[in-house]
Design a protein around this ligand. Sequence first.
Ligand SMILES: Nc1ncnc2c1ncn2[C@@H]1O[C@H](COP(=O)(O)OP(=O)(O)OP(=O)(O)O)[C@@H](O)[C@H]1O
Ligand SMILES: [Mg+2]
Length: 284
Amino acid sequence: MEEQIVLQNVTKTFNDFWGKPRVTAVKSLSFSIKKGEIFGLLGPNGSGKSTTLKLILGLLYPSRGRIAVLGRLPGDSMVKRVISYLPEQDYLYPYLDARETLDFYGKIFNLSGQERRQRIDFLIDLLGMQGYQHRAVGEYSKGMARRIGFAQALINDPDLLILDEPTSGMDPIGNKEMKDIFLDLKSKGKTILISSHLLADIETTCDRIGIIYEGSLIGIGEVDELLAPYRQESHPLERFFIDTVEKEKERQNAEIKSARESEVLPEKPEEVDQKVLDKLIRKK
Ligand SMILES: Nc1ncnc2c1ncn2[C@@H]1O[C@H](COP(=O)(O)OP(=O)(O)OP(=O)(O)O)[C@@H](O)[C@H]1O
Ligand SMILES: [Mg+2]
């Protein structure tokens, strides 16, 4: 299968005002995403998920390593036409309603008036926003804002979708609807990268997952394969996720311990012979 996104040894360090390294958010990350798959990037808070997505989108530059999106550099103008992004936080113009918001983004993609109208009708319907499509988006609840954000990400009928916590704040019905939309998009050959810590969402929709912890990838594979040993559990992905993170913590602690043990302690300085000292003092 064709690879849509490739990361090779990608490291991202945020520097402070003086240019000194402050946080290494992503460490030597290497993985790829194939055409037509739904890939889930999982990890605890602050593990580097959003940073990784921003690097793929070309919104941040890697400190080291290489990223290719559709065989080009992230941020390439051809890539921008076929990629879409749902950010972690919604950035909406509060005084526009849903239709005006989508119309605005449709214009950015140079869609004609007729294309915009058809696409907006389709998306309002797809995301179940008919009831509030004429209300200013500034009044929307979290779940409603997430829907318009997702509709906005779909306005250009993208081939590659990058979604940061797409279902956060969604009620169970909205959650299920979103998952159905992901699967429908996949059936149309779209590629989707989702970051989330809502494990239930990932388990039922993703083909493959990667677990990121303190910026490093600590597990990657097909969901079915990774979860096979955990199928007896009531929440297999939750168990697998916790186990993988715990094992990594243990590995890191063991590494620190053995480094401490093998540390060469500075030798005790030799005691100065009192007679020699007396001689030296007398000489002065
Ligand atoms: N612009 C920035 N400047 C400095 N540090 C940053 C910046 N953006 C992210 N970081 C740091 O990088 C690390 C990873 O952050 P990131 O937002 O990628 O995590 P995340 O996995 O998306 O977390 P969450 O689940 O909470 O959304 C954190 O330590 C964060 O403080
Ligand atoms: Mg994040």
